[in-house]
Design a binder for this molecule. Structure first.
Ligand code: B4P
Length: 191
């Protein structure tokens, strides 16, 4: 089973995708993690992405679409995948549908994690990696820019999935465990 996790920055997409990977063996495909790996390896994509991400903006659609097309074609994705951070624009959502049709794949559910903006800001302010470091794009002024980009470019794709009857809303303000249980219930219903 393949699913999409949608939601603003800090909504808990990565947290829940990791839980699903551990509990169900589905593969987490985090475009944020993939881009951070490109940045760390100083690849041509990473060198371009670094400045874009530091401003809280989106990496161009063609790069992201190609990255996802390559990733979902890997053998480990046949056991099911979770798109975490993709699609983020209308153009990405449309390209994803075309790509999935071509590959005879489908998406069982599009799950939106709903979290109030003040809660997002609070969560991101306290987020640190394993080494205790804050991500450059988690600085407060960049977080404000990312929330605006979400409102302007990602929120408009919600009606696209709502119209197709594929959008499932989950209250992302609950505990990590309760959000996970709500997602489990959806997956049980659609499987
Ligand atoms: P991402 O890496 O996807 O960043 P994110 O949206 O901030 O994180 P997420 O929602 O996964 O939150 P998390 O679980 O960590 O993107 C980074 C950047 O990459 C983008 O800004 C963009 O520049 C670029 N990019 C990525 N994809 C792209 C695309 N498709 N197109 C163009 N550009 C792209 O949770 C946040 C915090 O909350 C954690 O500290 C966690 O512990 C806590 N938390 C989680 N759930 C909780 C809960 N239920 N209760 C309390 N706390 C909780």
């Amino acid at each position: 089973m393949n699913i999409i996790l949608l939601g603003p920055p800090g909504a808990g997409k990565g947290t829940q995708a990791k839980r699903l990977e551990t509990m169900r063996g589905m593969r987490q495909i985090s475009t944020g993690d993939m881009l951070r790996a490109e940045v760390a390896a100083e690849t041509p994509i990473g060198l371009d992405a670094k400045a874009i991400m530091a401003k809280g903006q989106f990496v161009p659609d063609p790069i992201m679409v190609q990255m996802i097309e390559n990733r979902i074609s890997q053998p480990d994705c046949t056991q099911g995948f979770i798109l975490d951070g993709f699609p983020r624009t209308e153009s990405q959502a449309e390209a994803l549908d075309v790509m999935l049709r071509k590959k005879d794949m489908n998406i069982a559910a599009v799950i939106l994690l709903d979290v109030a903006e003040d809660q997002l800001v609070e969560r991101i302010a306290s987020r640190r990696d394993e080494a205790g470091m804050r991500r450059p794009d988690d600085e407060p002024d960049v977080v404000r820019a990312r929330l605006k980009v979400y409102r302007d470019q990602t929120a408009p794709i919600l009606p696209y999935y709502e119209k197709g009857g594929r959008l499932e809303r989950v209250d992302g303000m609950k505990s990590v465990e309760d959000v996970g249980l709500a997602i489990d219930a959806i997956l049980q219903r659609v499987s």
